[in-house]
Design a protein around this ligand. Sequence first.
Ligand SMILES: C[S@@+](CC[C@H](N)C(=O)[O-])C[C@H]1O[C@@H](n2cnc3c(N)ncnc32)[C@H](O)[C@@H]1O
Ligand code: SF4
Length: 389
Amino acid sequence: VPALPEDWQEAGFGLYVHWPFCQAKCPYCDFNSHVAGSIDHHRWTGAYRREIARLRELTGPRVLSSIFFGGGTPSMMQAETVQAVIEAAHEAWDLANDCEISLEANPTSAEAARFHEYAAAGVNRVSVGVQALNDNDLRRLGRMHDATEALNAVETARDIFPRVSFDLIYARQDQTLSAWKDELETALDLEPDHLSLYQLTIEPQTAFGSLARAGKLHGLPDEDLAADMYDLTQELCDKAGLPCYEISNHAPEGQQSIHNLIYWRYGDYAGIGPGAHGRLTLSGQRHATEACRNPGAWLEAVEGGHTPEVSVQPIPPVDQAREYLMMGLRLSEGVSLSRMDKLSRNSLRSEKLDMFQGMGLLMQVDDRLQATPRGRIVLNAVLRELMED
Ligand SMILES: C[S@@+](CC[C@H](N)C(=O)[O-])C[C@H]1O[C@@H](n2cnc3c(N)ncnc32)[C@H](O)[C@@H]1O
Ligand code: SF4
């Protein structure tokens, strides 16, 4: 078993690239994604390159363990743009030998037809947004693909990329436990090396959010059914050799997403693109960065030679301890108590620690504090009580 990182330096360094466009807006999605009439790919390529050069000035030389193209729908990007970003990152920093280069892809046949070009550009891992494996539900989720296209896209991806993950959303409208069982079994039969399985969340600022407020979003599972679905998910994934390493992410040892692990192990990452967040250690001080969300304003700022960031803040040690705890307890490996202590002494309420251990929601294994599978379901409530104000 590889040693777990004890500090941000050991938790890796990643580059997140946000592509803010989609073909259509899905009714459940509150990510920073927009439907645009026309996209000037050349301008976006230039702006990403400029941002990488600016960040390199700030970070100095570092070893990059991951590049992640997220969105939005990065499979709308031209392969030339993807290649230019990878080349710019390569010029700016040293790339680790096993540098993970991931791209989020939607599974329409038009997008799958570009997979070859992305691989030639340097992408070595795709995460395919399958979401559901039946056509009726895909329509209700506002998706542009059907189930056959999704299965074909996963097959194509497996032929082309060394590593393939895909996403499903469960606890959907009118979904039964046995329907989810069938769907997840079909998914596992495809033998992916990584699966992201999210419970449908109703976000307030979305079309589903408005429907829910108007009392018109019917057929959502109650808490008991959602909990049964979660338990079934753990059971089937465990049996298939894809245990959960984070609340919603499943993979065998060695196939976990390097990029996701950087976030949850609270390492450093640079974020470029509209609305992108970053965590960067600059001159020994950790900073939180956040770029402006509007794609047009972001592009103009970068092209005008300005920083597109709306906020660059040093993070006080006590807030670092909170962030580390919030991220780290999502992982089955948990957090290092000595790292917590180095960041901020006594940031955990010991009486609550004992209480949650007694309730079987948290456990301590040597230096590590971990949430149990039960604890992970109610993690937000546990975190609220655990952290001193
Ligand atoms: C930012 S999306 C981008 C991926 C790509 N555009 C797509 O739609 O497949 C990342 C993932 O978050 C998940 N997701 C987004 N909104 C969600 C919601 N409200 N509830 C549950 N999962 C959600 C979906 O599974 C999606 O694949
Ligand atoms: S779920 Fe994906 S495709 Fe749909 S709007 Fe959000 S980012 Fe775009």
